[in-house]
Design a protein around this ligand. Structure first.
Ligand SMILES: *Cc1c(COP(=O)(O)O)cnc(C)c1O
Length: 371
């Protein structure tokens, strides 16, 4: 009999230090009808054109998709005036965010992100064997000087969501340019513009101009949010040809499905649907922030399709009490402890019915916690 070996395959230790990403809940035990306001999805859903294009691919599922997603890259290039071979498509922009870390970081390198930045960044940085370095924020807003203060000779990537999830705050483009101008030339600046379409401020830009003209800037975008196609997993990026070339060597060769390529391209043809989504947000985001603020729950000023709510002040109960109270009534928000914001919940702008309902439920919650 051979002795039982204690040897077994071991993941790299830094992998086991990574906290698992917990997605927004979509169900509540014992509650039949829920409004999922936890993942910043579009209450308008996808364009009918995208749904038609998706369905039309149902007869063609046996063949591999076009691994270069040419139709989608060309549609994006036409829409934004870009060079198609500098566009990368990903299985969600999450895939691109992760691949950038894998390709540009090595053990010993550092990746910088801001305190309440998107959790995909530290996961990607650590998974690449590098060190995740956090820069403090000011008023829940990224701070360029604080970010630059964390950049050193080993910093090879800086991730910045603009606007940021989960805070909803943004940096004016002048600040982005100031950040870029002070970064070392060998440090990649990743501008994650997942919510760009929702922003209606004159001093905002997603970052295309920098991504088009600089060797060290990549801008990422997604079809998961305003396009209402989160389930299909479609993201893209624009940046230097060298970046696209490197990523193309290691990405999975068929990372987008055929239906996703077709639906994404069709969605770009429906400008009216996108405008309707912006108009819906412009109507309801200020209404939600004002109504909830009036209850004594603090909304962080947001330019995206969600708002961060802070509890525990003005005699209002805690965030976790509010979460339980709302869940029992079918309103699912996103708990924020993983983002270092244990007294906050993130609320996605939903349908008219969901928005009115969640404000009513919050009013009831506040009344009960004060009595
Ligand atoms: C939702 C989101 C994304 C998009 O992720 P996909 O993988 O494209 O669905 C990227 N960045 C931020 C900050 C987000 O909130």
């Amino acid at each position: 009999m051979t002795a039982v070996s204690s040897l077994r395959p071991e993941p790299r230790p830094e992998i086991l230090d990574i906290d698992i990403y917990v997605p927004g809940r979509s169900r509540v035990e014992g509650v039949a009808k829920v409004h999922k306001l936890s993942s910043n999805e579009s209450p308008l859903g996808p364009s009918p054109k995208a749904i038609d294009a998706y369905r039309a691919r149902a007869d063609d599922l046996a063949a591999y998709p076009d691994g270069s997603a040419r139709v989608l890259r060309e549609a994006i290039a036409r829409r934004f005036g870009l060079e198609p071979d500098r566009i990368l498509c990903g299985n969600g922009s999450d895939e691109i965010l992760a691949l950038l870390a894998h390709v540009f970081l090595r053990p010993g390198d550092e990746g910088v992100y801001s305190a309440h930045g998107f959790l995909a960044y530290p996961i990607a940085i650590r998974a690449a064997g590098a060190t995740a370095v956090v820069a403090p924020e000011t008023d829940r807003t990224a701070n360029v000087d604080a970010l630059l203060g964390k950049v050193g000779p080993r910093t090879k990537i800086v991730y910045l969501a603009n606007p940021n999830n989960p805070t909803g705050t943004y940096l004016p483009y002048a600040e982005i340019r100031r950040l870029h101008a002070a970064l070392p030339a060998d440090c990649l600046l990743v501008l994650d513009a997942a919510y760009a379409e929702y922003v209606t401020r004159n001093d905002y830009a997603a970052g295309l101009e920098l991504a088009a003209s600089c060797e060290n800037v990549v801008m990422t975008r997604t079809f998961s949010k305003i396009h209402g196609l989160a389930s299909l997993r479609i993201g893209w990026s624009y940046g230097p040809r060298r970046v696209a070339d490197a990523i193309n060597r290691v990405r999975s060769p068929f990372n987008l499905s055929g239906p996703a390529i077709a639906a994404g391209a069709a969605s770009l043809d429906d400008a009216a649907h996108l405008e309707a989504a912006v108009a819906h947000n412009d109507r309801w985001l200020p209404w939600l922030s004002a109504s909830i603020g009036a209850l004594g729950i603090e909304p962080t000023p947001s330019v995206a399709n969600f708002v961060l709510l802070t509890f525990g002040r003005n005699g209002v109960g805690t965030a976790s009490e509010a979460d339980a109270f709302l869940s029992a009534r079918g309103y699912i928000l996103r708990a924020m402890s993983a983002y270092g914001l244990p007294q906050s919940l993130r609320l996605t702008v939903g349908s008219a019915e969901a928005n009115r309902g969640v404000v009513e439920a919050l009013a009831e919650f506040v009344e009960r916690s004060r009595s």
